[in-house]
Ligand binder design. Structure first.
Ligand SMILES: *[C@@H]1O[C@H](CO)[C@@H](O)[C@H](O)[C@H]1NC(C)=O
Ligand SMILES: *[C@@H]1O[C@H](CO)[C@@H](O)[C@H](O)[C@H]1NC(C)=O
Ligand SMILES: *[C@@H]1O[C@H](CO)[C@@H](O)[C@H](O)[C@H]1NC(C)=O
Ligand SMILES: *[C@@H]1O[C@H](CO)[C@@H](O)[C@H](O)[C@H]1NC(C)=O
Ligand SMILES: *[C@@H]1O[C@H](CO)[C@@H](O)[C@H](O)[C@H]1NC(C)=O
Ligand SMILES: *[C@@H]1O[C@H](CO)[C@@H](O)[C@H](O)[C@H]1NC(C)=O
Length: 432
C-alpha cells in the first residue's frame, strides 16, 4: 500500500468517524430544540386556553381544544350551506295586496311552501317598515293596473341600486296602458304575459315529446307539418263523434276589439251559407253549458265540436290566454283572434287565424275542413310531438315559484338591468 493510498484510507476512516459524530450531534441538537419547541408550544396553547377552559386539566385542555376546533369547523360549514339555501329574499308589495297577481302570492313564505316551489326562501309582505329600512328589500313589486295612476309622491322615496323594482300585471296593456313618464328608467324586472318578461305570467307552457319545456317563445323552431308523424287511425276515430261546427264559451260580453261582433258575423255567415253555426255558451248568450262543472263543458267540446273560438278580449303583444288552452287540450281546432304573433304559440297548420282572413274565407275554410275528415285530422298532427300545459301544473313553471327562483339566481340578480322607455315597451303603438 503506498502512502498516497494510506492517506486516503486514513482520511476516509477519519472523515467517516467525524461524519458519524457530527450526525449524532446534529440529531441531538435537533431533538433538544424540537422538545424545547414542543414544550414552548404546549405552554403557549395552555396559556391561551387556560383562560377559556380554566379549571380543566392540562391534557384535557389540549384535547378539548382539538375537539372544539373540529366541532366549530363543522358548525361553520353547516352554517355556510344553510346560508346559501335559506338567506331570505324579501319581497315588498308596494301596491294593494288584494290585487292580481299579488293576491295569490300569499303572506310570508306561504305562497312558495304551499306550491312546493324548488325555492321557498322568499318572504312576501306589504309592511313597508318590516325591515326598518325600505332599501333592505330585495324586490319591490308594483301592480301595473294600480301604479299607472300613481304620482311621484306615492312611490318609494329612496332606492338602493341593488333592489329590483318589478312591474307586475296579468292584464293586457290594451286595457291598462301606462302613459306616465314616471316609469322611464324605473323598473328592473317585469312580471307579465309578454314573452320577454323576467317572470312570465303565462297561461301555458309547451313541452316536447321528452317533456322538455320548449315554448311559448319569441323564436320557435316547430317541426314542419310534412315532417310530423301522421295522425293515428285511433285518433281519427275519436274525431268522428264531432257533429257541430264551432263553440265559444264566453262570460264577458264586452271587449275592446270587436270579438263579439266578429263571432256573430261568423255565426251568420255559417248559418246562411253552410247550414253550420257558432254555439255561444255563457253569460251573454241564451245557451248554457248543460252542467255546472267546467269539466263536463270541456267534454262536450271534445266530443261534439270541430272548432273553438280562442278570441281574446284585447290586443297586446303576446297576450294569449287560457282560451287557447281550452281548444288545444280538448281536441278542437282553435280559431284565434288576438294581438299576438301566433307562430310563437302554435305550430303552423294547427289553427286558423281570424285576423289573417275575411269572415267569408274563414267560414268557407271551416266548411271545407268539416267536409274533409283527413284534412281536418291533420290539424292534430302536432299532438304526436307537443303538448300544452298550464303553468301551475308544475313547480318548475309555476310563476310564483319562478319569482322566488329568479331572486335566487345570483347572476340575474347581480346583473344591472332596467327598461329605459317603459311606455314604448309596454303600450300598444300610439296608445297614450
Ligand atoms: C375544516 O374543514 C375543511 C374541510 O373539511 C378543511 O379543509 C379544513 O382544514 C378544516 N379546518 C380545521 C381547522 O380543521
Ligand atoms: C310592520 O313591521 C314592523 C317591524 O317588524 C312592526 O313593528 C309593525 O307592527 C308591522 N306593521 C304591521 C301593520 O304589521
Ligand atoms: C312572427 O314571428 C315570427 C318568428 O319570430 C317572425 O318570423 C314573423 O315575421 C312574425 N310575424 C309578424 C307578422 O310579425
Ligand atoms: C242543416 O243541418 C241540420 C243538422 O244540423 C239538418 O237536420 C238539416 O236537414 C240541414 N238542412 C239542410 C238544408 O241541409
Ligand atoms: C303554413 O302552412 C301553410 C299550408 O298549410 C302554408 O301555405 C304557409 O306558407 C305556412 N306558413 C309558414 C310560416 O310556414
Ligand atoms: C335598477 O334600475 C335602476 C334604474 O331604473 C338602476 O339605477 C339600478 O342600477 C338597477 N338595479 C339593478 C340591480 O338592476
Amino acid at each position: 500500500m503506498d502512502i498516497k493510498n494510506l492517506c486516503i484510507v486514513h482520511f476516509a476512516l477519519y472523515s467517516s468517524k467525524m461524519r458519524t459524530l457530527f450526525t449524532a450531534k446534529l440529531f441531538l441538537y435537533i431533538l433538544f430544540f424540537g422538545v424545547l419547541f414542543l414544550v414552548y408550544k404546549i405552554l403557549i396553547d395552555y396559556k391561551s386556553y387556560s383562560q377559556n377552559l380554566s379549571g380543566h386539566k392540562f391534557v384535557h385542555g389540549i384535547v378539548s381544544k382539538w375537539l372544539y376546533s373540529k366541532v366549530q369547523n363543522r358548525t361553520k360549514q353547516a352554517e355556510k350551506k344553510l346560508d346559501k339555501k335559506s338567506v331570505m329574499k324579501y319581497i315588498l308589495q308596494w301596491t294593494s295586496a288584494s290585487n292580481s297577481p299579488f293576491v295569490y302570492m300569499g303572506k310570508g313564505r306561504e305562497g312558495f311552501t304551499s306550491r312546493k316551489c324548488p325555492h321557498t326562501n322568499c318572504f312576501v309582505t306589504s309592511n313597508r317598515s318590516l325591515l326598518g329600512d325600505m332599501k333592505k328589500f330585495d324586490a319591490i313589486a308594483f301592480c301595473g293596473t294600480e301604479v299607472r295612476y300613481y304620482t311621484k309622491e306615492m312611490l318609494p322615496l329612496t332606492r338602493s341600486s341593488h333592489q329590483k323594482y318589478v312591474f307586475a300585471t296579468i292584464e293586457s296593456s290594451h286595457y291598462y296602458p301606462v302613459c306616465t313618464v314616471l316609469f322611464d328608467n324605473y323598473f328592473n324586472w317585469t312580471w307579465t304575459f309578454r314573452l320577454d318578461s323576467d317572470v312570465r305570467w303565462g297561461y301555458m307552457s309547451i313541452r316536447d315529446k321528452n317533456n322538455n319545456i320548449i315554448g311559448p317563445n319569441k323564436i320557435m323552431t316547430w317541426l314542419k307539418p310534412n315532417k310530423m308523424d301522421s295522425v293515428s287511425e285511433e285518433f281519427k276515430n275519436k274525431l268522428k263523434s264531432k257533429k257541430k261546427a264551432v263553440a265559444w264559451f264566453v262570460s264577458n260580453c264586452y271587449d275592446k276589439v270587436g270579438r263579439r261582433a266578429c263571432a256573430l258575423y261568423l255565426k251568420q255567415e255559417l248559418e246562411v251559407n253552410y247550414n253550420l253555426t257558432v254555439d255561444i255558451y255563457g253569460g251573454c248568450s241564451p245557451l248554457k253549458c248543460p252542467s255546472p262543472h267546467i269539466k263536463d263543458c270541456f267534454k262536450m267540446l271534445q266530443d261534439d265540436y270541430y272548432f273553438y273560438l280562442s278570441f281574446e278580449n284585447s290586443f297586446s303583444e303576446d297576450y294569449v290566454t287560457e282560451k287557447l288552452l281550452t281548444a288545444v287540450t280538448n281536441n278542437a281546432v282553435p280559431i284565434v283572434y288576438g294581438g299576438a304573433n301566433y307562430t310563437r304559440f302554435l305550430p303552423n297548420g294547427s289553427y286558423l287565424n281570424a285576423r289573417l282572413m275575411t269572415i267569408k274565407q274563414l267560414a268557407a275554410k271551416i266548411d271545407e275542413l268539416i267536409k274533409n275528415p283527413d284534412q281536418y285530422a291533420n290539424y292534430f298532427q302536432w299532438k304526436n310531438h307537443y303538448s300544452y300545459h298550464s303553468l301551475d301544473e308544475d313547480p318548475e313553471t309555476d310563476e310564483y315559484c319562478r319569482f322566488c327562483a329568479i331572486l335566487n339566481d345570483e347572476e340575474k340578480v347581480n346583473k344591472i338591468s332596467y327598461i329605459g322607455d317603459f311606455r314604448k315597451w309596454w303600450n300598444n303603438p300610439n296608445f297614450c
